[in-house]
Design a binder for this molecule. Sequence first.
Ligand code: GLU
Length: 322
Amino acid sequence: MSGDAGRYVGDYIGRFAPSPTGPLHAGSLVAALASWLDARAHGGQWLVRIEDVDSPRCLPGMDRVILQQLAACGLWPDAEPVWQSQRGPLYQQALDLLQQTKLVYPCACSRKEIAQAALKLGQAPTRHGELVYPGTCRHGLDGKPARAWRLDIQKSEEKSASRHAAQAQNATFSITNNMLHWADRRLGLQQQNVAQEVGDFVLRRADGLWAYQLAVVVDDAAQGITHVVRGEDLADNTPRQILLQQALALATPHYLHTPLVLGVNGEKLSKQNGAQAFDMSMPNAALDAAAKALQLPPVTGSREEKLAYWIKAWHGIYNLAP
Ligand code: GLU
């Protein structure tokens, strides 16, 4: 740490990782601004990664629109952005490793079969209306063709326990009796029983596409990300990502999940419910609104003056993580 007012210099790498499924709106700009401010407040680097693995949901040219929107707000990445669609070999390497270490298994279940099995177990959809995978293929495919690859949560937790014993220190998470506890820099202590609440989750989808969970974990590690700052709607993905980091013997970054912006109907603003792009001809107004959502004080002046002021104010609201 340098002597400069508690700034950390050198080893902080943060990122903003938009999916090009729509333009940035008032909600996603909050995550973009927060991740940029956290990187600047730590004296670190800020990267942009275009998360376009789910190609059917991506809109052509939207990556460029998002980069222009960020530039209009003065949020410039410190390195060339990367596109997940060009990083398939990295994801394949990770899956190969998990296959070798037997922490994944092939799954032959269709959505319908999963729904039927879950119904038999009397299970109702839980998180985001999804069903917990009942583990049908964990012990073999019963002669059926493999469709997807899933992470074996129990084995990953066992591996995590032995890694923890070897490392004997990791302040950011712990697993006790299948309950994963982790500390979020804004939300505080969180917990999730991944086996019970999510089930063995997909890393490579039946349609051959890489799942978000695998791509995000591989890329955060490959890019040396030390601090993840993103919207609170993604907070309950964090335990899955920590387990996957454990399975792949990767480091766990610090996490900070930012407040969501609600629309007039009280629902989270999202591309799915038609949130509008912010007005690029008035970036200062968009930045003011995003800063307000982050509880940063209002300030008049140029875009640069506002950003500089909020970098300083950031320290007082969101503690700087080591
Ligand atoms: N690509 C994700 C999204 O746009 C964000 C992923 C992340 O920050 O981990 O919602």
